[in-house]
Design a binder for this molecule. Structure first.
Ligand SMILES: *Cc1c(COP(=O)(O)O)cnc(C)c1O
Length: 430
């Protein structure tokens, strides 16, 4: 047994499944999760001392890499002055001001402690603002684990939702309507049925929780139009895409303005954080200004705010996103060429700093059904072989990958050389 295996077996005695978030348990790829000892730049080191090029980046927040000196210096400085006060601090105003300037649709913003919490609050806000009950979400889009969002498309899914977790009351789930990502007609059909009771449409502008699926041209703007027609609130869940695909998020990249934006991950620089923001009109419904209640003991925590602000300083540097995009493009193109060379069924997507790898015969991936064509067994073999080569990818065939600004030529080359050996061996086994 190595040290990770020993720790995992001990963890399972005290923590359900040995983990504090299910995908970490490696159930999607089998085997034992790595326990991580440290991270520096593009690399993580596990408790057995092995180094890996990291393409998870704590599931997105670490866009400037692990333990970036600028971020760590800022955090160290603030942490010695006390870590929480339950009272306003200057740093949260600075981060709020910065985000309002950078995100076109945000006039007022409130900070919370996770993406889940931000979604939960934004949905309550949309309902309070519109005095309506129903929420339209998309099948296989993830918005955290609040009750009303743990609903996927079942067979009856196109009308009334069926919860996909135990413990979600039917009376809650029935207010969640499920549409098909990249299919405007499925949204229109719901609006035609119950449009006058739709409080909000919530969408990941780039679907980053069913691998990485890009919005088709006209999809996001079509949602905007439908929401305007029916007087519903359009919510972009930019927990992943915010500051990942552009300084102004996916709303800038695709030029569609939501009414409410959900943020998380990058704006905490690796610390627990979430936020929701939008137009004054809507945001003024929140307590203490309005009747929609929302609160948080640790919200706007100075350490998290500091790490977030430092990270935003770094991504605001000229040329940050074009560099990130170009670097990742070399990797994605390289993988595509290698797969072709070895005759493996392979397709990849990229939006600036995020990507999706698919072992599929499809030459496009636009819908959940397309995503499901992937050869999961082949992905598992690929994942474990890459891990052995020192490349740490998300332990599931259905997650996005993330690159950081400190993934350099060296790391990309190392990854492509590993992929060449792995693809060659996978091809010989087929
Ligand atoms: C990660 C994620 C969330 C949930 O954020 P947590 O901080 O894990 O609660 C919500 N929406 C999207 C799109 C996410 O990727």
């Amino acid at each position: 047994m190595n040290h990770s295996e020993r720790l995992f077996s001990k963890a399972q005695r005290y923590i359900p499944g040995g983990v504090n978030s299910p995908v970490r348990a490696f159930r999607g790829v089998e085997g034992t999760p790595l326990f991580i000892r440290s991270g520096k730049g593009a690399y993580i080191t596990d408790v057995d001392g092995k180094h890996y090029v990291d393409y998870v980046g704590s599931w997105g927040p670490l866009i400037v890499g692990h333990a970036h000196p600028y971020v760590i210096k800022a955090v160290k400085k603030v942490i010695t002055s006390g870590v929480s006060f339950g009272a306003p601090t200057e740093i949260e105003v600075k981060l709020a001001e910065r985000i309002c300037h950078l995100m076109p649709s945000i006039e007022l913003i409130r900070f919370v402690n996770s993406g889940t919490e931000a979604v939960m609050s934004a949905i309550r806000l949309a309902r309070g603002y519109t005095c309506r009950q129903k929420i339209i979400k998309f099948s296989a889009c993830y918005h955290g684990h609040t009750d009303s969002m743990l609903v996927a498309a079942g067979s009856g899914g196109l009308t009334f939702g069926i919860p996909n977790s135990a413990g979600v009351p039917e009376s809650v789930a029935l207010h969640t309507l499920v549409a098909e990502y990249n299919c405007l007609d499925s949204v229109k059909a719901l609006f035609e049925k119950v449009g006058d009771d739709v409080a909000a449409v919530i969408v990941e502008p780039v679907a980053g929780n069913m691998n990485c699926v890009l919005p088709k041209a006209g999809f996001l703007s079509g949602l905007r139009k439908l929401c305007d027609t029916y007087g519903s609130v359009l919510i972009f869940d930019e927990v992943i895409t915010g500051f990942r695909v552009a300084l102004g998020g996916a709303q800038t990249y695709y030029d569609v303005k939501p009414d409410i934006t959900i943020l998380g991950k990058i704006i905490g620089g690796g610390f627990p954080v979430g936020a929701f923001g939008g137009t004054k009109d809507i945001m003024e419904c929140i307590a203490p200004l309005g009747p929609v209640y929302q609160a948080g003991t640790l919200s706007g925590n100075p350490v998290a705010m500091t790490a977030g602000l430092a990270t935003l300083d770094l991504v605001s540097e000229a040329g940050f996103y074009p560099r990130l995009e170009a670097r990742l493009q070399i990797l994605i193109n390289g993988l595509g060429e290698l797969a072709k060379q070895y005759g493996l069924p392979f397709f990849a997507t990229q939006v600036v700093g995020m990507f999706g790898l698919y072992f599929t015969e499809n030459d496009t991936v636009e819908t959940e059904a397309d995503v499901k064509t992937v050869d999961v067994a082949l992905f598992k073999r690929f994942f474990h072989a890459m891990l052995k080569e020192g490349i740490y990818l998300a332990p599931s065939a259905f997650e996005s990958g993330f690159i950081s600004s400190v993934h350099g030529e060296k790391e990309i080359n190392q990854t492509l050389q590993a992929a060449e050996r792995v693809f060659r061996s996978l091809a010989s086994m087929r």
